[in-house]
Ligand binder design. Structure first.
Ligand SMILES: Nc1ncnc2c1ncn2[C@@H]1O[C@H](COP(=O)(O)OP(=O)(O)OP(=O)(O)O)[C@@H](O)[C@H]1O
Ligand SMILES: Nc1nc2c(ncn2[C@@H]2O[C@H](COP(=O)(O)O)[C@@H](O)[C@H]2O)c(=O)[nH]1
Length: 193
């Protein structure tokens, strides 16, 4: 069976990591672990949530794409993608919208894309506080160009991404179940050709 990548994108706090964990737990979708220079949050583990890097070690990896987000470097490596697909034919990766656009433009076969959004984006700050993020980090993030940019579906992803509203988890979960089950049907149909 061909490999299928699911790119999960959207603004900070919209629930990208929550969706990636849900797909892993309920559908055994492997997670692509990306690299970052940002400091670890409480509860995060190196090699599980990210590969945490220094600026020097970050520069030594081979990236499909890399970005600066709210002052820190983030990148997705070829090695991490291979590691995920060694575990499962389905893998998900959590990216900012610049990364999602790079993947859609570069990857063959093209990834399936989920864009997460909220009808009430003012609750995002509270979600980041509830998650335990440092208040100073939240302020820096909410003031960043990247955070504001990712609140809106970029034109390059219009017609490509499935938009999921995550104000209420039970509704978001239903939309994600439908998205994943349709993806499985499409994959199986392509296999049968
Ligand atoms: N529908 C929801 N209702 C309330 N809280 C939610 C919902 N979905 C996710 N959360 C919570 O919001 C916080 C942010 O979610 P998550 O870490 O998944 O977001 P993210 O998009 O990955 O953020 P970032 O880009 O900053 O890493 C977490 O504490 C998560 O448990
Ligand atoms: N383009 C990429 N974006 C990435 C990558 N890894 C994570 N991210 C995105 O960065 C922001 C901030 O993440 P956080 O964990 O510090 O909250 C978020 O939008 C992630 O989706 C990557 O390799 N490339």
């Amino acid at each position: 069976m061909a490999h299928q990548l699911i790119v999960i994108t959207g603004a900070s706090g919209t629930g990208k990591t929550t969706v990636s964990t849900y797909l892993h737990t309920h559908y055994q979708v492997a997670r692509v672990i990306t690299h970052t220079t940002r400091p670890m949050r409480a509860g995060e583990t190196n090699g599980v949530d990210y590969y945490f890097e220094t600026p020097t070690s970050f520069a030594q990896n081979h990236y499909i794409e890399h970005v600066t987000y709210a002052g820190y470097s983030y990148g997705s490596s070829y090695e991490a993608l291979d590691r995920a697909f060694a575990q499962s034919n389905y893998a998900s990766i959590v990216l900012d919208t610049a990364g999602a656009i790079s993947y859609v433009q570069q990857l063959d076969p093209k990834p399936a894309v989920l864009f997460l959004t909220l009808e009430q984006p003012h609750v995002l700050k509270q979600r980041l506080l509830n998650r335990g993020d440092e208040p100073a980090m939240i302020t820096q993030r909410l003031q960043s160009d990247e955070y504001r940019r990712d609140l809106t579906l970029p034109p390059a992803l219009a017609g490509v991404a499935t938009v999921v509203t995550n104000d209420k988890w039970p509704e978001a979960k239903r939309a994600i179940d439908q998205f994943f089950q349709q993806l499985q049907v499409k994959q199986e149909a392509e296999q049968g050709r």
